[in-house]
Design a protein around this ligand. Structure first.
Ligand code: ADP
Length: 489
């Protein structure tokens, strides 16, 4: 038996039992006057009318009239149809049944309308909130149909945008999504429209101008809610556009600022070696009979300063390429011992006055672009030598740390003031005292950080002024999954 039939049978049984109960109680045990009986029956009819509707109250009214007449109106035990009291009781019972059921039906309708209105308000609120929380505004159009289907429980959603004739859809869609058709509807529709097929179509407007069309199947919401949904979609598209414009503007401004900064810095840094080269060249030209040792000194100056110029230009170019993601990286499993030895060899000239030790403890291979990582190690060794008194030792070590290998370059040099430690990885930042005389570009650590981050690693420093610094960076361990996919950037 289905539950609906069960409920109907249950209700009829309860109504009959209640009527029988009242009659039994008043006729057998509680002997009360006729008015009390009539009022009790009236109460039963009103209760049935209010809770279960007119049908139950009507039938019970008829049965109650018969019972009232048979059991309580003299002559008791006989039905006197012609009795006017009979008709009056029947009339009162019927009117009570009709009025009671009507009132309760009205109340039920109002409650259900209020509930569905509340559901719709909640729906609009939820949709609005989710649209505002959507971080990935770049993919908003793709995300919109998914989000709308989730919130409205629509079985299919199609979003069509006139701009670029783009269609985004989600769900089991039986909506006709041919572009010419959608375009035609989007251009002509001004109000939400419910098709005979159950398809809902909402125009998406930008002010008074049509912007697109949202089509849904399997939703049951009022036309006000449809309008709200259309409005919310339009607002979120506006927001995405505004954010994209803003980001573009910010990016242009930032790149402009960086360009100026690079030019300023390079101009400033180039000036010192250029002045020295120019000075040396002029001195050589002016004094052709200069003693040989003096001439050699000046030629050394030209040589060193040209190298410095070269390095500056090289670093600026490298930084620019890293910024523009133009550096081609070839990842493979790299032996850490070989990598550190190669780096030591590459920058041998920079640490001539420092003993250097490598402690690699046979760590497993890392997944890296060997050439670029050697640059990072070289850079850190150069800095360690540059910012330490001569003959102080430099130690390069490697150890496994979770799923990565951490490589550290430690020196016993001047150290870095704690207040400056967080800035030294910024481009062009050079810590102030006590080594202002030491030349540099302020780009080495910025380049190193960019390279390490391209390896999904991190780089940091711990340092104590006067005692030395330890620069540590991490690289991922090479895994079988890595080997399977050769990643190139
Ligand atoms: P550069 O050395 O060319 O100035 P870097 O980007 O390599 O640029 O370094 C930025 C700053 O960080 C340096 O100017 C220096 O003040 C500080 N620094 C880097 N390495 C060390 C180190 N090992 N010891 C002390 N200070 C360091």
């Amino acid at each position: 038996m289905d539950s609906r039939r069960f409920i109907i049978i249950f209700r009829w049984t309860v109504a009959a039992a209640a009527l029988a109960g009242i009659v039994l109680v008043y006729s057998r045990w509680l002997h009360v006057n006729q008015t009390t009986v009539a009022l009790t029956l009236l109460l039963l009819i009103l209760t049935l009318a209010a809770n279960w509707g007119f049908r139950y109250a009507l039938v019970t009214s008829l049965a109650a009239t018969v019972c009232y007449n048979f059991f309580f109106l003299p002559p008791i035990g006989r039905i006197t149809i012609a009795d006017s009291q009979n008709w009056l009781a029947l009339f009162v019972f019927l009117v009570t049944a009709a009025v009671g059921s009507r009132l309760s039906q009205k109340a039920r309708d109002q409650a259900s309308r209020a509930r569905s209105r509340q559901r719709e308000v909640e729906l609009s609120f939820q949709l609005g909130r989710e649209l505002l929380q959507l971080d990935d505004v770049g993919n908003l159009q793709t995300a919109l149909p998914v989000l709308i289907a989730r919130v409205t429980h629509a079985s299919g959603v199609v979003l069509y945008l006139l701009d670029g004739d783009r269609v985004f859809q989600h769900g089991s869609t039986v909506i006709s999504a041919e572009v010419p058709h959608l375009r035609q509807v989007a251009l002509s529709l001004r109000e939400p429209d419910l098709e005979a097929t159950g398809e809902v179509r909402i125009p998406i407007m930008a002010g008074a101008r049509p912007r697109g069309l949202l089509t849904m199947t399997g939703v049951r919401v009022s036309s006000e809610s449809l309008q709200t949904i259309g409005g919310l979609v339009s607002i979120s598209l506006d927001r995405a556009q505004a954010l994209a414009d803003l980001a573009k503007g910010e990016a242009t401004k930032e790149s402009e600022r960086l360009r100026t900064l690079i030019i300023d810095s390079i101009t400033h840094e180039l000036r010192t070696p250029l002045t020295s080269i120019k000075g040396a060249a002029s001195a050589l030209r002016a004094n052709r009979n200069m003693p040989a040792d003096m001439r050699d000194d000046l030629i050394d100056v030209v040589d060193e300063e040209s190298d410095r110029l070269n390095l500056l230009v090289e670093r600026a170019t490298e930084m620019g390429k890293l910024d523009a993601r133009q550096v081609h990286m070839t990842f493979r499993a790299v032996n850490v011992h070989d990598l550190l030895e190669q780096a030591r060899h590459d920058c041998a000239s920079s640490y001539a006055h420092h003993p250097i030790t490598i402690v690699d403890g046979n760590v497993p291979d890392v997944w890296a672009d060997a050439e670029l990582v050697q640059k990072v190690v070289c850079n850190l060794i150069e800095n360690a030598a540059k910012y330490s008194p001569e003959q102080t030792p430099i130690t390069v070590s490697a150890r496994v740390q979770g799923s990565a290998v951490s490589i550290a370059v430690a020196d016993r040099g001047y150290g870095i003031d704690p207040s400056e430690q967080s800035f030294i990885f910024d481009r062009f930042y050079r810590a102030r005292n006590p080594h202002e005389h030491i030349s540099g570009s302020g780009m080495g650590l910025a380049i190193s950080r960019a390279i390490v981050e391209a390896h999904d690693g991190t780089i940091e420093v711990t340092s104590q002024p006067g005692s030395g610094s330890v620069f540590t960076f991490t690289l991922p361990l090479a895994t079988a999954a890595h080997e399977a996919t050769l990643v190139e950037m």
